[in-house]
Write a protein that binds this ligand. Structure first.
Ligand SMILES: [Zn+2]
Length: 253
Protein backbone atom coordinates (compact mmCIF):
# COMPACT_ATOMS: atom_id res chain seq x y z
CA UNK A 1 0.00 0.00 0.00
CA UNK A 2 1.71 3.25 -1.07
CA UNK A 3 2.07 6.17 1.37
CA UNK A 4 1.27 9.63 0.01
CA UNK A 5 2.35 12.96 1.50
CA UNK A 6 0.91 16.29 0.45
CA UNK A 7 -0.04 19.74 1.66
CA UNK A 8 -3.82 19.92 2.06
CA UNK A 9 -6.75 22.03 3.09
CA UNK A 10 -9.37 20.53 5.45
CA UNK A 11 -12.77 21.03 3.79
CA UNK A 12 -15.22 19.07 5.89
CA UNK A 13 -15.50 16.28 8.44
CA UNK A 14 -18.24 13.87 9.47
CA UNK A 15 -18.56 11.58 12.44
CA UNK A 16 -18.13 7.92 11.67
CA UNK A 17 -18.96 5.20 14.19
CA UNK A 18 -18.07 5.87 17.81
CA UNK A 19 -14.56 7.27 17.71
CA UNK A 20 -13.70 7.92 14.07
CA UNK A 21 -14.26 10.67 11.56
CA UNK A 22 -14.33 10.95 7.80
CA UNK A 23 -12.40 14.01 6.65
CA UNK A 24 -12.51 15.58 3.20
CA UNK A 25 -9.22 17.20 2.14
CA UNK A 26 -8.40 19.33 -0.88
CA UNK A 27 -4.81 18.22 -1.48
CA UNK A 28 -2.27 20.10 -3.54
CA UNK A 29 -0.97 16.95 -5.24
CA UNK A 30 -4.01 14.69 -5.58
CA UNK A 31 -7.12 16.89 -5.57
CA UNK A 32 -10.05 15.82 -3.38
CA UNK A 33 -9.23 13.03 -0.95
CA UNK A 34 -11.65 11.50 1.57
CA UNK A 35 -10.08 9.64 4.45
CA UNK A 36 -10.83 7.94 7.75
CA UNK A 37 -9.22 9.48 10.84
CA UNK A 38 -9.19 6.64 13.37
CA UNK A 39 -9.94 7.76 16.92
CA UNK A 40 -10.31 11.42 15.90
CA UNK A 41 -13.37 11.85 18.10
CA UNK A 42 -11.51 10.81 21.25
CA UNK A 43 -10.56 13.57 23.65
CA UNK A 44 -6.86 12.73 23.51
CA UNK A 45 -6.77 12.05 19.80
CA UNK A 46 -3.38 12.01 18.05
CA UNK A 47 -4.88 14.40 15.51
CA UNK A 48 -5.38 17.12 18.15
CA UNK A 49 -6.89 20.22 16.54
CA UNK A 50 -5.36 19.60 13.10
CA UNK A 51 -8.68 18.58 11.55
CA UNK A 52 -10.45 21.88 12.17
CA UNK A 53 -12.14 23.28 9.07
CA UNK A 54 -9.97 25.24 6.63
CA UNK A 55 -6.71 24.27 8.36
CA UNK A 56 -3.72 24.00 6.04
CA UNK A 57 -1.97 20.76 6.95
CA UNK A 58 0.70 18.33 5.83
CA UNK A 59 -1.20 15.12 5.28
CA UNK A 60 0.11 11.59 4.86
CA UNK A 61 -2.14 8.67 4.02
CA UNK A 62 -2.21 5.12 2.70
CA UNK A 63 -4.37 4.27 -0.24
CA UNK A 64 -5.48 0.84 -1.40
CA UNK A 65 -5.83 0.62 -5.16
CA UNK A 66 -9.50 -0.32 -5.24
CA UNK A 67 -10.66 2.05 -2.49
CA UNK A 68 -11.71 5.68 -2.74
CA UNK A 69 -11.54 6.20 1.04
CA UNK A 70 -7.94 6.47 2.21
CA UNK A 71 -6.44 5.69 5.60
CA UNK A 72 -5.03 8.80 7.29
CA UNK A 73 -1.60 8.21 8.75
CA UNK A 74 -0.66 11.63 10.14
CA UNK A 75 -1.73 15.27 9.94
CA UNK A 76 0.59 18.15 10.86
CA UNK A 77 -0.83 21.63 11.23
CA UNK A 78 0.78 24.27 9.03
CA UNK A 79 -1.74 27.13 9.36
CA UNK A 80 -4.98 27.38 11.30
CA UNK A 81 -8.05 29.50 10.46
CA UNK A 82 -9.78 28.54 13.67
CA UNK A 83 -10.00 32.12 14.99
CA UNK A 84 -11.33 33.48 11.67
CA UNK A 85 -13.95 30.70 11.50
CA UNK A 86 -15.50 31.90 14.76
CA UNK A 87 -16.99 34.71 12.65
CA UNK A 88 -20.24 33.25 11.22
CA UNK A 89 -19.83 35.12 7.94
CA UNK A 90 -16.32 33.74 7.39
CA UNK A 91 -17.55 30.26 8.31
CA UNK A 92 -20.52 30.56 5.95
CA UNK A 93 -18.44 31.85 3.04
CA UNK A 94 -15.78 29.15 3.27
CA UNK A 95 -18.28 26.36 4.02
CA UNK A 96 -19.97 27.39 0.78
CA UNK A 97 -16.60 27.44 -1.04
CA UNK A 98 -15.82 23.97 0.40
CA UNK A 99 -19.21 22.71 -0.84
CA UNK A 100 -18.51 24.14 -4.29
CA UNK A 101 -15.14 22.39 -4.43
CA UNK A 102 -16.75 19.09 -3.41
CA UNK A 103 -19.48 19.54 -6.05
CA UNK A 104 -17.07 20.47 -8.87
CA UNK A 105 -14.00 18.32 -8.31
CA UNK A 106 -13.81 14.62 -9.14
CA UNK A 107 -11.95 12.62 -6.44
CA UNK A 108 -8.15 12.23 -6.72
CA UNK A 109 -7.89 14.63 -9.64
CA UNK A 110 -4.96 17.03 -9.23
CA UNK A 111 -5.82 20.72 -9.69
CA UNK A 112 -2.97 22.77 -8.30
CA UNK A 113 -4.13 26.07 -9.82
CA UNK A 114 -7.45 25.82 -8.01
CA UNK A 115 -5.69 24.71 -4.83
CA UNK A 116 -3.43 27.77 -4.85
CA UNK A 117 -6.38 30.03 -5.65
CA UNK A 118 -8.44 28.65 -2.72
CA UNK A 119 -5.48 29.16 -0.38
CA UNK A 120 -5.00 32.73 -1.65
CA UNK A 121 -8.69 33.47 -1.00
CA UNK A 122 -8.36 32.18 2.59
CA UNK A 123 -5.31 34.34 3.20
CA UNK A 124 -6.88 37.50 1.85
CA UNK A 125 -10.16 36.85 3.71
CA UNK A 126 -8.15 36.60 6.90
CA UNK A 127 -6.60 40.04 6.18
CA UNK A 128 -9.79 41.69 4.82
CA UNK A 129 -12.78 39.98 6.48
CA UNK A 130 -15.00 42.96 5.57
CA UNK A 131 -14.64 42.05 1.86
CA UNK A 132 -15.89 38.45 2.07
CA UNK A 133 -18.60 38.95 -0.58
CA UNK A 134 -16.04 40.13 -3.16
CA UNK A 135 -13.65 37.29 -2.28
CA UNK A 136 -16.46 34.74 -2.65
CA UNK A 137 -17.35 36.18 -6.06
CA UNK A 138 -13.69 36.08 -7.13
CA UNK A 139 -13.57 32.39 -6.21
CA UNK A 140 -16.89 31.56 -7.93
CA UNK A 141 -15.88 33.17 -11.19
CA UNK A 142 -12.47 31.46 -11.27
CA UNK A 143 -14.04 28.11 -10.44
CA UNK A 144 -16.30 28.48 -13.50
CA UNK A 145 -13.43 29.63 -15.68
CA UNK A 146 -11.13 26.75 -14.69
CA UNK A 147 -13.98 24.31 -15.28
CA UNK A 148 -14.59 25.76 -18.75
CA UNK A 149 -18.09 27.02 -17.87
CA UNK A 150 -17.55 30.76 -18.16
CA UNK A 151 -19.46 32.52 -20.98
CA UNK A 152 -17.62 34.93 -23.28
CA UNK A 153 -18.71 38.44 -22.32
CA UNK A 154 -16.36 40.25 -24.67
CA UNK A 155 -18.68 40.28 -27.71
CA UNK A 156 -22.27 39.85 -28.90
CA UNK A 157 -23.14 36.19 -29.28
CA UNK A 158 -25.24 36.86 -32.38
CA UNK A 159 -23.41 39.42 -34.55
CA UNK A 160 -19.95 39.07 -32.89
CA UNK A 161 -19.72 42.82 -32.24
CA UNK A 162 -16.97 43.47 -29.67
CA UNK A 163 -18.31 45.36 -26.64
CA UNK A 164 -16.42 48.61 -26.07
CA UNK A 165 -17.26 51.86 -24.31
CA UNK A 166 -20.77 52.24 -22.90
CA UNK A 167 -22.91 49.18 -23.58
CA UNK A 168 -26.25 47.87 -22.51
CA UNK A 169 -26.22 44.21 -23.45
CA UNK A 170 -28.97 41.66 -22.96
CA UNK A 171 -28.39 38.47 -20.98
CA UNK A 172 -29.57 35.30 -22.74
CA UNK A 173 -30.83 32.26 -20.86
CA UNK A 174 -27.52 30.51 -21.65
CA UNK A 175 -25.75 33.49 -19.93
CA UNK A 176 -24.18 34.74 -23.16
CA UNK A 177 -24.61 38.42 -24.07
CA UNK A 178 -26.30 40.02 -27.08
CA UNK A 179 -25.98 43.65 -28.20
CA UNK A 180 -28.91 46.08 -28.31
CA UNK A 181 -29.51 45.49 -32.03
CA UNK A 182 -29.69 41.73 -31.60
CA UNK A 183 -31.63 41.73 -28.35
CA UNK A 184 -34.62 39.43 -28.84
CA UNK A 185 -36.74 39.92 -25.74
CA UNK A 186 -37.75 43.07 -23.94
CA UNK A 187 -37.65 41.53 -20.51
CA UNK A 188 -34.17 39.99 -20.51
CA UNK A 189 -31.71 41.25 -17.86
CA UNK A 190 -29.42 44.12 -18.78
CA UNK A 191 -25.67 43.86 -18.43
CA UNK A 192 -23.79 47.18 -18.43
CA UNK A 193 -20.18 48.05 -19.24
CA UNK A 194 -19.52 48.28 -15.48
CA UNK A 195 -20.71 44.67 -15.05
CA UNK A 196 -18.56 43.51 -17.98
CA UNK A 197 -15.54 45.28 -16.51
CA UNK A 198 -15.96 43.58 -13.12
CA UNK A 199 -16.36 40.24 -14.91
CA UNK A 200 -13.09 40.75 -16.81
CA UNK A 201 -11.07 42.24 -13.95
CA UNK A 202 -11.47 39.03 -11.89
CA UNK A 203 -9.72 37.22 -14.72
CA UNK A 204 -7.01 39.84 -15.10
CA UNK A 205 -5.99 40.54 -11.52
CA UNK A 206 -4.88 38.88 -8.29
CA UNK A 207 -7.48 38.70 -5.48
CA UNK A 208 -5.84 41.60 -3.61
CA UNK A 209 -5.76 43.83 -6.69
CA UNK A 210 -9.38 42.91 -7.43
CA UNK A 211 -10.42 43.95 -3.90
CA UNK A 212 -8.62 47.24 -4.35
CA UNK A 213 -10.36 47.95 -7.68
CA UNK A 214 -13.85 47.13 -6.40
CA UNK A 215 -13.89 49.42 -3.36
CA UNK A 216 -17.09 51.46 -3.64
CA UNK A 217 -18.65 49.36 -6.42
CA UNK A 218 -19.74 46.42 -4.24
CA UNK A 219 -23.30 46.67 -5.66
CA UNK A 220 -22.05 46.08 -9.21
CA UNK A 221 -20.00 43.11 -7.96
CA UNK A 222 -23.07 41.76 -6.21
CA UNK A 223 -25.16 42.01 -9.41
CA UNK A 224 -22.57 40.08 -11.47
CA UNK A 225 -22.26 37.64 -8.58
CA UNK A 226 -26.00 36.94 -8.92
CA UNK A 227 -25.50 35.92 -12.56
CA UNK A 228 -22.43 33.81 -11.73
CA UNK A 229 -24.40 31.98 -9.06
CA UNK A 230 -27.16 31.18 -11.53
CA UNK A 231 -24.51 29.64 -13.82
CA UNK A 232 -23.16 27.60 -10.89
CA UNK A 233 -26.65 26.34 -9.99
CA UNK A 234 -27.17 25.29 -13.58
CA UNK A 235 -23.81 23.47 -13.74
CA UNK A 236 -24.29 21.50 -10.52
CA UNK A 237 -28.04 21.12 -10.86
CA UNK A 238 -28.89 22.69 -7.49
CA UNK A 239 -28.67 25.92 -5.54
CA UNK A 240 -25.99 25.59 -2.87
CA UNK A 241 -26.58 28.99 -1.30
CA UNK A 242 -30.24 28.16 -0.74
CA UNK A 243 -29.29 25.17 1.37
CA UNK A 244 -29.54 27.26 4.48
CA UNK A 245 -28.60 24.51 6.91
CA UNK A 246 -24.95 24.70 5.79
CA UNK A 247 -23.69 26.97 8.58
CA UNK A 248 -25.65 25.19 11.29
CA UNK A 249 -24.31 21.79 10.25
CA UNK A 250 -20.72 22.99 10.26
CA UNK A 251 -21.01 24.59 13.66
CA UNK A 252 -22.02 21.28 15.19
CA UNK A 253 -18.58 19.79 14.57
ZN1 LIG B 1 -25.36 41.83 -31.89
Amino acid sequence: MPLYETESLVLKSYNLAEADRIVVFFTREHGLVRGVAKGAKRLKSRFGSTLELFSIVNLSYFQKEDRELVSIQSVELSKSYFAEASDPEFLNTFSYIADLLMAFLPPHDRNETLYRMTKACLEIASDSPERLACIRFYFELWLLRLGGYLPDWSRCRECRLVFAGKVKAGLRSDFQLVCQDCRMTRNSDFISSAHIEVFHSVQKYSPSKFLELTIGIEDTVSEVSGVVRRIISQVIGRDLIAEKSIAVNYQQH
